[in-house]
Design a protein around this ligand. Structure first.
Ligand code: CA
Ligand code: CA
Length: 115
């Protein structure tokens, strides 16, 4: 009887701690069709893109607020609802929250999202 020795080496599957926060994360919020997207590039850099997608005569602006510094970056969409968006950058900090605001009558209408 030949004892077939099956030396089955258990495959060493290393489930490493993959994706260690190197990938950028993007989130978007809408106020109607107007849109702002915030992107956490790294722990020390964030960007916002603000797009006015409504030909309604109301300007649109976006805000980025830094987590550590509390500093704010405000950016508008300079050509209004025409093609193209405005962008702004937060440096030396990560995004705590970003907002889109519509400069409508009275108090501006804003929506936001946390990172
Ligand atoms: Ca609008
Ligand atoms: Ca535009």
């Amino acid at each position: 009887m030949s004892a077939a020795v099956l030396a089955v080496a258990a495959p060493t599957v290393l489930i490493g701690a993959a994706g260690s926060a190197s990938a950028a994360t993007t989130k978007c919020v809408y106020e109607g069709s107007d849109r702002a997207c915030g992107t956490q590039n790294t722990s020390t850099s964030g960007t916002i893109q603000v797009c006015d997608n409504e030909a309604d005569g109301n300007g649109v602006y976006g805000l980025l607020i830094g987590r550590k510094s509390g500093s704010q970056v405000r950016v508008g969409d300079s050509n209004g609802s025409a093609t193209g968006c405005g962008t702004g950058t937060l440096n030396n900090d990560s995004i705590f929250v970003f907002r889109i605001c519509e400069d409508d009558l009275g108090e501006d209408t804003c929506r936001g999202e946390y990172f």
